[in-house]
Design a protein around this ligand. Structure first.
Ligand code: CUA
Length: 173
């Protein structure tokens, strides 16, 4: 019997189609492709082309007035029992350290905080792209696969020197 103008077979076909779509969406979500598409980057592409990918894995809080009592007091790369950690401070209109040398092929956890206003943290060749708020710490995991330079740019308007707010990662052996 027709239900709302659709016969039984049509309904069944719609159900099959929706089931198929749901399945595809689930697979996309689980592989993270959809999430990264929303973020504007294809991880598979960046893994092949840029060499490295990552997203915020953790967020924490930190009093900007007490940075010196933390690893952010001496920004840069440190080897710890948990692996390589890089501490980066964003402030108008610079990143500290201005240049960071990192080994290729090793997992690095980046920790970024801001001291004054909201800044952006985008690493070319990766899908790392986040807002960095004063008083917060955003952490990322990244493995650079290609030797050379990757730029870190502030993509959040933060004042007169915004367009000069840039740093570099030098990926070496
Ligand atoms: Cu910092 Cu724009």
């Amino acid at each position: 019997a027709p239900a709302g103008g659709l016969d039984h077979h049509t309904l069944e076909r719609y159900e099959t189609i929706w089931l198929g779509i749901a399945l595809v969406m689930t697979v996309l979500l689980f592989t993270g492709v959809l999430g990264s598409m929303i973020g504007g980057t294809f991880p598979l592409l960046t893994a092949g082309v840029g060499g490295g990918h990552g997203a915020v894995i953790r967020e924490g809080r930190l009093d900007p007035a007490r940075l010196s009592a933390t690893p952010f007091g001496t920004p840069g790369l440190v080897q710890t029992p948990q692996g390589l950690q890089a501490y980066i401070v964003a402030r108008a209109f610079t990143f500290d350290p201005p240049v960071l040398r990192v080994p290729a092929g090793q997992k690095i956890t980046l920790h970024v905080t801001a001291t004054d206003v909201v800044h952006g943290f985008q690493v070319t060749g990766t899908n790392i792209n986040a807002e960095i708020l004063p008083g917060h710490v955003a952490s990322f995991e990244v493995t650079f696969r290609h030797l050379g330079e990757q730029h870190v740019i502030c993509n959040e308007y933060c004042g007169a020197g915004h367009q000069n707010m840039i740093t570099r990662f030098i990926v070496e052996e």
